[in-house]
Design a protein around this ligand. Sequence first.
Ligand code: GDP
Length: 433
Amino acid sequence: TPVVAIVGRPNVGKSTIFNRIINERVSIVEDTPGVTRDRIYAHANWLGRNFSLIDTGGIQLGNDEFNEEIKAQAEVAIDEADVIVFLTDVTAHLTLMDETIAKMLFKTNKPVILAVNKADNPEQRNDIFDFYSLGLGDPIPISGAHGTGIGDLLDEIIKNFPEENELEEDDTVKFSFIGRPNVGKSSLVNALLGEERVIVSDIEGTTRDAIDTKFTADGTEFTMVDTAGIRKRGKVYEKTEKYAVMRALSAIDRSDVVLVVIDAETGIIEQDKHVAGYAHEAGRGIVIVVNKWDLIEKDNHSMKEFETKVRQEFSYLEYAPIVFVSARTKQRIAKLPELVKKVHANQNQRIQSAVLNDLLLEATRITPTPLVNGKRLRVYYMTQVATNPPTFVVFVNDPDLLHFSYQRFLINQLRQNFDFTGTPIKLIPRERK
Ligand code: GDP
């Protein structure tokens, strides 16, 4: 999906416009805890076109070099977006800093849309003509406070999206490495690409830089998502947590399977849990990759002990396989494509209803359904309605009686009878009268 970034100096109303776009006009596809507050990345839709939205104002370097910060934000937009919305403020008139930003945006050949915020009344809408002098085309008057002009802005945004066929889906297995800075994502990418000689291409994006790399291993075609973003190093903003999160969310969006990388040497910290949580919530396949295994003094128990720790910290990822690797020595690097392929097969598995119902019969026989406030749960029928992630509808007498623990039990039964390693499973209770 295309990416839209909002840039502009502080106080022009970037986050107001961001919220206007995602809250009022469009539906939010998912709501991930941790990004709801201070959210800078979200899914949006306008007239049937899906896109991702970034508020670059949320990416702060935390130093007092104001110009550095604005520069970093403009760079994020230029590097990440397909369409850039440059936001200004009519009540402040044209400022020097607006001109500085405009100069930076001139350097990109991506479409830039100039929006003038706080045009709340006709008089202010008249003042927007000053902004023609930026040389970025017609300014669009909008009002974050009143919500006016947002539709026109959105029309203009989607008009500038790359053609749909340029964003064409292919049927390769897509995966990405995600994780906080310094866990070794870039090193893993390089180790893997060194290993897999048959690199097909760096896909040249039409408007974006080449970000994906295709390669073939064991007869399967893979797309490593976001590779350039990982390999292209040295930007100031890269070390900010918000940027890391944004990058992870956008990589997760485009992947079938996500490799959550953690650092064996430093162990698991809070930020690792956020990153893993996003992948889990998005319903993607997951492999946990413990990197830098070469740095660990090992005995017979090291792996088991580390695994226990991982299972404790990521209890909701019990379905994810764990692999211990070293990007430096390449230990077990060649196993990664194999694992990704297996998880991808599992997440696309379809189980016939007849088989599911045999399983259900047996499950309710060994563990009778619970009695809740004097009323017994009855489970009638189960059917798979989707893959990737495997999604099952369970018909019951009353969905309120299907508590978390019995749902868990049913999911465990599915896992015991079929190989769903690496993929989350969704269960949807439905009432059958
Ligand atoms: P990224 O920010 O997640 O992309 O992390 P990098 O790939 O830049 O790696 C961060 C640092 O860890 C670099 O100094 C790497 O050389 C080092 N590193 C990465 N993988 C390994 C590994 O398997 N073993 C060791 N010893 N060092 C590693």
